[in-house]
Ligand binder design. Sequence first.
Ligand code: NAP
Length: 484
Amino acid sequence: MERAEGIRNFVDGAFVEPTGGQYLDNIEPATGKPYSEVPDSDGRDVELAVTAAEKAFPEWSRTPAADRSRILLRIADLIERDLEKLARAESIDTGKPLSLARNLDIPRAASNFRFFATAILHTENEAHVTEGVAFNYTLRQPRGLVGLISPWNLPLYLLSWKIAPAIACGNTAIAKPSELTPMTAYLLCAISREAGLPDGVLNIVHGTGPKVGQPITAHLKVNTISFTGGTVTGKKVAETCAPMFKKVSLELGGKNPNIVFADADLDAAITGSVRSSFANQGQVCLCGSRVFVERSAYESFVDRFLEKTSQLKVGDPLEATTDQGAIVSKTQLEKVKFYVGLAQQEGGKIALGGSVPPAPNERCKEGYFFPPTVIKDLPVSCRVNREEIFGPVVSITPFDSEEEVIGYANDCDYGLASSVWTQNLNRAHRVAEQIHTGTVWVNCWLVRDLRVPFGGMKQSGVGREGGNEALHFFTEPKNICIAK
Ligand code: NAP
């Protein structure tokens, strides 16, 4: 394959080479071959981005919300104009089916900009009257320079979920996409320039976590960090930020339960569970990797779940008929294989999948493919049922009572999301209330209203994104108290 255009850093409104002149190969997961290059930047590049963001902050933070809004709306329009180009870039970079990038990732990136562009026009300032003494009002001001760090699974979707509220609120940003999937972040830079975003408001520095992510989190002038990624990295980010008292939002890993009661609409539960298990090759932090089914429905659920899953076509991500593309990297593929092996050592039986499939075509013969894999008979609290795999692997376990399954669901260090399938409304409320996850979907999965609080409990993170939570995170509340 011909090399795609070389990715460059975006600093102060210009595309620039990394200071050290070094680049990493950007690999296409479907072929296992490098197809472009990504800057291997370091602290010097972060410093340049900080200088640019600092210079841009005074004017951008004073720009009226209506003007900021107009620019963000233009960015959303341009993302939609370039939808096909961006979707193709996302598919090639991540290995996800082109259809998924076209229908989910890129439209959501446009929605993120549009949502926060309009949200800032409808905010309210609180006022508190201290009777007979004083009148208080709350000013919410932009915090300054913010660092935004995102993972590889939903590259533009998640990076724009941070960039949009950050700059909408009047902050200036230094962002780092995953070095594995940098292409759409690079394309977004040209879009933001075309939309009229002033130089230095958005700066993107490409490279690895240790050489770019760490200097961003450690920089004294970057007082706010919004991070999405794994729990181990999240701990490092938290450790770096704590002594500097930075405001930090951590959106981390998950090991999400998907609970199916016998009184559920089984057709809907099966369709929903296949999707929640294997969307994006199981590489969505919200995927339900632990499926629990009430015993009386277990056999029939498993048969139909396996049948429907076996119809998913693993293929070249760029082909229209593909349901399951490639795993993002060789390292991630090895991790998935490791856990499938471990599952067998832990007593699990592979009911479907479990080994590398034949290459879908000549182009993809060295690609990183793994089929949807279903494991039965695993002990509930074994490692495979507790640790995040982040691939197309689920376990299915029967349960006998509501109380038992709530215990199973909560017996986990993570607490990001869960799904509950039942037609009994009282049970839905009762179970949802007792599950320790930041989101509980009832009779659905991945329905996302951008106004709702989004985030995890326990080891799945600290803080919430979305709607007012994001507007509050990216602003500093100041109480102004005026004596009567
Ligand atoms: P990761 O390894 O933690 O990396 C996330 C980002 O952090 C990448 O850009 C990474 O750079 C960077 N990074 C690495 N070390 C760093 C450091 N010391 N300081 C600052 N930044 C650093 O996660 P991943 O493998 O990319 O993504 C998968 C994980 O993300 C899964 O655990 C998944 O559950 C989680 N996730 C959570 C959510 C959520 O909303 N809760 C959403 C999506 C994904 P590199 O380019 O070097 O990797």
